[in-house]
Design a protein around this ligand. Structure first.
Ligand code: SF4
Length: 402
């Protein structure tokens, strides 16, 4: 049995369709400083492995926008920039290449600023989430309604849509979040009657476990069972990996997404890729799924960044200089010829299941780490430091700030 879904228009966040009959997607948000590119990417990979289809990163200052220029080409899932008060940072995030923006109408209030961002998003073909939040509602709307009522939250979203319409922009999804579950449910029901945009569900600041999980599940689950909601986020005071896991599990429990067996993630293969990642990943998926191994496995295009980006995975393989670098929890344990990558991955996966991660780390080939370091250095020398031409975007971001 399945729940009939509310009909909406469809938008695309990178390659993830939202609304219009697309599978309900799971979102989460990084907690690292976005300017810390390597830590942020490691967290994005962990979130993707846990079930996140889309990840949001804060873009609260210029170094964060510059970080996004380096993160986006290497992220396995689409990235949304969370914009706070400065509309210029929304322009900078778009220059950095993000696949979408989240704007809070209560934080960016000047109509000309909202319209400048929407015009740029329209020209670039990027979607925006109108993210209304009861805790930061526009003061004039709160005053008119006597507080952050469901009607007030919906009014704030509709006013933002009016600004967007003035510049012919409607590539939008909407959230009307409150930390009060009945208010949140009532607001989304009202909104669902008023617009045909896809809706992003969440209970804001739901808090630590277990209360945060219960509140979020009550709010999000109730609406999904009514057919309302196209993408969801649990906002927990916890490791965001828990948010992604909870979101995925809720969708599976409601029959809105299929149960996952093997967690396989693959990098998007940026300018550093040394191998056809899609081909290797699909061969690995087929070989590992047939064995039903309960592991998180990463297929990464290069040894320069692959083991570090996917250090949260139990096991992975990264390519470089015609060889496959097999790594366990980010540590390279064996180096094999490139055409043996998939076989080596399957063999190591079976050994991890039989012997455990610690035993496999202890059995690492002593020369593997040095061989990986040598291949990494050689690749860096040949390819240079800026394969994704992030510097071009970073210099434009700096011009925007001047
Ligand atoms: Fe990351 Fe390397 Fe894949 Fe590029 S090719 S996304 S740097 S692992």
């Amino acid at each position: 049995m399945s729940f009939p879904r509310r009909a909406t228009r469809q938008i695309s966040v990178g390659d993830v369709a939202v609304g219009g009959g697309a599978p309900v997607s799971v979102q989460s948000m990084t907690t690292t400083k976005t300017a810390d590119v390597e830590r942020t990417l490691a967290q994005i990979y962990a979130l993707a492995a846990a079930g996140a289809d889309i990840v949001r990163c804060t873009c609260n200052e210029e170094p964060a926008a510059e970080g996004l220029a380096q993160i986006v080409p290497r992220s396995p899932v689409p990235i949304i920039a969370d914009i706070h008060f400065q509309y210029r940072l929304a322009l900078a995030a778009m220059e950095a290449g993000v696949q979408g923006l989240r704007l809070n109408p209560g934080n960016i209030r000047k109509p000309e600023h909202v319209k400048a961002v929407a015009s740029e998003a329209r020209d670039r073909g990027l979607p925006i989430r109108v993210g209304v939040n009861a805790g930061s509602l526009d003061p004039d709307i709160a005053e008119r309604h006597g507080g952050a009522t469901p009607e007030a939250l919906v009014d704030s979203a509709l006013r933002e849509l009016d600004y967007f319409a003035e510049v012919d922009f409607a590539d939008v999804k909407i959230s009307v979040k409150s930390s009060d579950v009945p208010t949140m449910i009532a607001a989304y029901r009202l909104l669902a009657d008023r617009v045909d945009h896809p809706l992003h569900l969440g209970v804001t600041e739901a808090g630590p476990l277990p209360g945060g999980l219960v509140k979020s599940t009550a709010g999000i689950g109730t609406l999904l069972a009514e057919g309302i909601g196209d993408t969801i986020r649990y906002s927990l005071t916890a490791d965001p990996v828990e948010e992604a896991k909870a979101g995925r599990l809720l969708l599976e429990a409601l029959g809105l997404r299929e149960r996952r067996g093997l967690d396989l993630i693959a990098c998007p293969s940026c300018g550093r890729a040394e191998v056809d990642v899609i081909k290797v990943a699909s061969e690995a998926q087929e070989a590992l799924a047939a064995r039903e191994l309960p592991l998180q496995v990463a297929v990464m295009g290069c040894v320069v960044n692959g083991p570090g980006e996917a250090r949260g995975a139990d096991l992975g393989i990264a390519a470089g200089r015609g060889r496959g670098h097999l790594f366990v929890r980010g540590q390279v344990v064996r180096v094999v010829p490139e055409d043996e990558m998939v076989d080596a991955l399957v063999e190591e996966a079976e050994r991890i299941v039989a012997e455990g991660v610690e035993a496999r780390l202890a059995a690492a080939d002593e020369e593997a780490a040095a061989a990986a370091a040598a291949d990494r250095d050689e690749l860096l020398e040949v390819q240079g430091a800026d394969v994704n031409e992030a510097e071009v975007h970073i210099s434009r971001i700096r011009e925007l700030a001047d």
